[in-house]
Every structure is written in C-alpha cells, then in structure tokens.
Design a protein. Sequence first.
Lengths: 319, 311
Amino acid sequence: MPTRYVALALGIALIAGIVALGMNEPNTNLLATDSSLFGTIEIDGSSTVFPITQAVAEEFRKVHPNVQVPVGVSGTGGGFKRFVVGETHISNASRSIKPIEIAAAAENGVEFIEIAIGFDGLSIITNPVNDFLECLTTDELRAIWEPGSEVNRWSDVRDGLPDSEFRLYGPDTDSGTFDYFTESIIHLEDASRSDYSASADDNVLIRGVSGDKDALGYFGYAFYSSSPDKLKLIAIDSGSGCIYPSPKTINDGTYSPLSRPMFIYVNTAALEREEVVVFLNFYLDNATTLVEEVGYVSLPETMYDDGRVLVASSAGSSN
Amino acid sequence: MEREQPPLGSARVTSAIAASVTRPRFSASTLSTWRRWRDRFFFVLFFASVAIGILGLAALVIDVMTDGLGALDFSFLNSYPSRHAGESGIRAALFGTIWITVGTAAFAIPIGVGTAIFLEEFAPDHWAVRLVQLNISNLAGVPSIIYGILGLALFVQAFALDRSVLAGSLTMTLLVLPIVIIVSQEAIKAVPEEFRDAAFALGANRWQVVKTVVLPQAIPGIMSGIILALSRAVGEAAPMLMISSLVFLTFIPSSPNDRFTVLPVQIFNWVSLPQPGFQAVASAGIIILLAVLLSLNSIAIWIRNRYQTRY
C-alpha cells in the first residue's frame, strides 16, 4: 500500500531528523572547546545570585560542552536544605550559612567552603508612577515591615504622603534576601509582617510592582537594573542622608545597611572531581565581568584570588 | 410503511391521523412567528458559542504569531536558553519533551492497555472490580498538580530517582494512565460481541480471542486515544514544574537519569522574565508547543479516520 510506505518514510525521516538535531551540539563559541571533561555539577539556591551563576554556567558550556551544570532557583534557604544533605554540589547564597544549617551539614557529613563572589545592594522599589516617595528612613522601613505592622497607607508612613493604601511585595521566607532584610532592618531574625505578596522568584515581584501603582517592594539590585524603566528606586536614609543604591555606593559601603556580600558554597567532597575545580576557577576568572554584566558589584581582584587559593587548598587536602 | 385510511371512525381519531400524516408536508408554513423567532434565537445562540471558541483560538494564535514569528528560526530550535533573549533557544526543552513523551509512552501503553484488557475481557463482575473501575474514572478528574506532588514525594524522594527524566516519565504515566485505560476500554467495548462468540465457537480460549480478534479490531481506537493522552502530557506544565522545578539547563538528557526541562516549563520561565526580549522568545516557544500538539492530534485523527471500521 503506497500511502503506508509514504507514512513510514516520513516517520523515519522525522526520527532521523530529531536524532541528527540531537547529535549536532550547537557551538556558538569560536574558541577551542575542551570535550574531555565530563560530569554533572548540581547547583541550586538564591534567586539573587542566580543571574551570576546562570551567566557562568552558560559561558562554561561553550568551553566544556560535556559538563552538565543545571542551576535551580529555590532561594538561599531552600538551596541550603538540599546542599546540607549532599543533593547539590554548589549552593548560591545571598547571606552567610546559618549555625543550624552548619549543624545539619555536619550531621550528614557534608563539609564545605564559602567563596564570596560579589556585592549586592538590596533595593527598595516602587512603581514608576509614584511621584511622592523619594526616600525612606530605616525607621520608616522598619515600621512598614515589622511583624503586626498597622502601616497600610502611605499617609501612615509619613505625614504629607497621599492617603491611599499601598501593597507590599517581597521575597518569601526561603529567600536569603528576606533573611538579610529582616535582620538588618527589623533587627530580628526572620521577623516580618506576613500580609504581603511573597515569591521566591524575583521576576514575579518585578511584574507585581510594575503593574501596581501603589506598590512597595524589595529585592536584589540586579533585578532593578535589568528593568529600570518599569521600576522606581527609593533612596535609604540610615542617619546620614538619603543614599541610592548604585555600583559606587554599594562598593564603598555608603549604601548601608542594605549592602551585602553574595556567596557560593561548595561541597568539599565535590572538589575531588576535576570538572568542579575547573568550573570554580572559571567562575572566579570571569566573576568580575559577569557579576557586573548582570548588574551587581564585583569584588576586588584580591578577594577572587583568595577564592582561588581556597579552592586549590581544599581540593588538595581532600585528595 | 403504508397507512390504511380508516373508513369513518370518530372525528377525533380521523383528525388525529390526518394531523400526523399531514404535519410534515406544510409544517414550515404553519410555524408561528413565535416558533420561528425561537428557532432563529437558538441558531444565533449556538453559532455564537462556536464563534467564541474559534475567535478565542484565532486571537491567541494571531497574538502569538505576531510576537513570536520574528524570533523563530533554526537557531532558536538548536540553541540552549541564554541570559540574552536574542541567543535563547528551545533545544533543551524540546528534547526534554521528547524524552518525557517517549518515556511516558513506554510505561503508560503496556500498563494502560493491559489494565483495559483485563477489566473488559478477563475480570469477573465483582464488587472489587467495580470499585477499581470507579476509581479509574475518578482518577481521570484529579488535578494534574496533585500528580506532580505525588511524583515529587514518591519518585523523586522516596525512590531516590532525583529530578530525572525517569521520575518525570513515571509521574506523567500516573497522570495519563486513567485516560489511556478508559479510552482503551471504550475501543475494546466497541468490538461486537458476535466476533468473540464466533471465535469461542471455533474453540479459541480467552487470550486467543483477545489476541486474534479483539485487539486487531480495537487497536486503531486505542492508538488514537494513546496519542491524545500523550499530547495532554506534552502540554502539562504543573506536574513538571514540581518534578523538574525551574532550572536553567544548557544540555539535553543523554540518559533517563539526567535532569530535564520541558516545553511548557521553559515557556512559563520565559513569560515570567520582565526583560522585553523574552516575550518574543516565549511566543516562539508557544508556537513550537502548538505545532507539536497539533501534529500529535492530527496523527490521532488520521489514524482514527484511516483505520476506523463501522459495524
């Protein structure tokens, strides 16, 4: 039956096409690639650090196409939950690891090293149509966000602001940004009002704030700088005048208290694998460029050197 | 049929018969304006229901096409996702979807068709069998996110399969199994009882009847049902979000133990990105997903029309 043969031929051609497409690894890099490294480096954690590690993973694939580097977004806390039981090899973090997480890692026999990779200025933002709010003091921020806060209208924040209700957007409790904010502004660990729109995904928060004219939210600086036309940055006054977060104020520490370092944590056992060591050195070699490209502030080169030394010594000691 | 004119009965009977005989002949002209108006009203109502569906689909397709066609080219198909919208591609998700679909088919077809054959051909009429049947029908209506949570707890964590192609395929298998079973049962039921009786009369045992008479007749129906069930699996985002989670992948799975992502999850990810370029990329992804779904559905329709037999 001819139609049956035609259908068969089409089917075979389709499958052959898919297989051919599958074999044909796209290679956008003209530099020499190194196909000799194999393996999987499982990464999860902070959504604040994600853009940097994503960029590193994307560039790394162009050089080492056979190393699989999946990068997840579970929040700093969610990432550590997987890291301390040995499920992931590297954890992105927008705060230091907590004692309770260190204890959990020890219990599971997970040893790790901490590598600083950049600075972030945790940014307070509103919708761009907001023309009455330019600056908030840390006390005002605390009054808005502290647990049980009754501040629900702009006029409650400060006399002279419009008498209309605002809506709050912020990271969820798994997020390192949440932990850092509550600690540095409310001065209590993980204490925040809970009646706000919470998401682990900063892009969801950006969409929320950019679509709500009475919005107030906070997240990492790179998420502001990736869509500055949809958001308005609010300056922070911690006693020495209103300061906007910018690469300069984050770097010299004047954007205080919301400037913070970002880290990656590496399972020491994974450092026995060559591809992990190569990946970390690639990370540190390209950190200055990529951290700034995605909108954060890079560290002084000496701190990346410290990271390289730490990787080398930890890899050496575990061998 | 010939109706005999009664000679002369009661006037009532005669007129009733006359009415029943003559009504079709000039019914149109005797329609009251009220009834005609009502006829038109329902025509417009039902036409509008059709139009809403078609217009909705057309609006979606046009909107997606205008946004996405510009981003759609071979390098889009053949590139991995990127932090730059212009370099982003759907390769990882496309191959993830192929892996998941093939994996789901490998589990769901034998288990689903086997269950259907057992329930239709072998199972006795027993309360336990009726309970199983009732449960299968109910499972078909369970929201897909529930299967995602189940798959996460069972396959990813309890069976320690991690967030692998295998865990994803098994989860999708649970999701489509009720559909595969019910569709296969319908196809098996449609095979006339006389065929079975004839085979039994020739001395065939039950398995021989199933193998040589029932299955060959039922397979086209089963096949088109399976393809429709798989196309549901291809379009599902919720359970795959639970299993694969939002993850940035720059590789395609090379074994069932590898991490994966699928088309709907990748599209969901792109749609959530606020940078403008990604909206076009997301639309291009939707075009690919629509193309995959439409071709699967056309194959199902083709099989049904090609091999359908009427008794």
